[in-house]
Design a protein around this ligand. Structure first.
Ligand code: SF4
Length: 122
């Protein structure tokens, strides 16, 4: 089979034309480095994504703090992870690197804060 993949490993975003059988990659063209072939293989076997979102913050100078996953999770679990993040509320202050959800849904990835939100002054 043939399919075009957009590699998301780095900002170059190479368009990779791949020929494969099942999960066996026969050939790739268009990738600027070997990570492209590894990415295509991963996409065929177990596609994964990281996500960025935001979490509610109570008592802060801003109502939301941005968050991200520290490791990619299976692509078909992204909506479940987003729902978990929506259920969560943090109390100000929050700091970059604070863990909002440890090992979210047992997927081996943590949801972490990526923006500081200070406590609102009374
Ligand atoms: S193939 Fe290499 S250079 Fe191209 S996007 Fe993937 S990691 Fe970046």
């Amino acid at each position: 089979m043939k399919r075009t993949f957009t590699c998301i490993v780095c900002p170059n975003g190479c368009e990779i034309d791949a020929e494969y059988e099942g999960t066996n990659v026969l050939s790739v063209t268009g990738n600027l480095c070997p990570k492209g072939k590894a990415y295509v293989t991963q996409e065929l076997i177990d596609p994964r994504r990281t996500i960025a979102s935001s979490v509610r913050v109570l008592g802060g100078t801003m109502p939301l703090a941005s968050v991200r996953l520290n490791r990619p999770v299976p692509k078909d679990r992204i909506f479940d992870v987003m729902a978990e993040i929506r259920r969560k509320t943090m109390k100000a202050p929050v700091r970059i690197g604070d863990v909002v959800i440890d090992n979210v849904l047992g997927l081996g990835s943590d949801v972490v804060i990526t923006k500081n939100v200070e406590k609102e002054r009374a």
